[in-house]
Design a protein around this ligand. Sequence first.
Ligand code: ADP
Length: 167
Amino acid sequence: MRVTLVRGDITEQDADAVVNAANSSLLGGGGVDGAIHRRGGPAILRECRELRASRYGGGLPTGQAVATTAGDLPARWVIHTVGPVHSSTEDRSDLLASCYRESLRVADELGAAVVAFPAVSAGVYGWPVGDAARIAVETVRATATKVTDVRFVLFNEEAYTAFERAL
Ligand code: ADP
């Protein structure tokens, strides 16, 4: 598997699948989630609502992942995953690792070879970006998958540097 870093906006990536740092409601939010729904158009939200009405009545649990269309984005699919909110009293690293593992598992099911990830949980969910980067890089490298290219798309210099160090 090739792991690359890009500084930029995940909504512009022409990967097979882009991963969304969603919240459990699957009904949109700020950060990456807001950008993906804004740029991807209403088709994504439509599928998210269907998922809420069927498989995920209680919301998508933290650490799990599910795919929808990517609507108007250059990618073919969006894989929504819910990162854990950072806690200073409880170690939630396993849940963050699970986001990457489960997203790759869903990518395998879809047949997606090139997958772009944001720094899940490193924004509003408060994860220290150095830790988030280490968990992200270690987990994708340790996961058996048919995905050939993992691209981490980092929105700012601090995140880019953290991933560079982790790599
Ligand atoms: P979370 O709630 O999981 O923390 P956020 O969307 O708040 O998710 O932030 C996750 C990371 O994504 C942060 O590092 C943030 O700077 C970054 N980010 C925000 N918008 C984009 C975007 N359009 N493309 C890529 N990364 C983004």
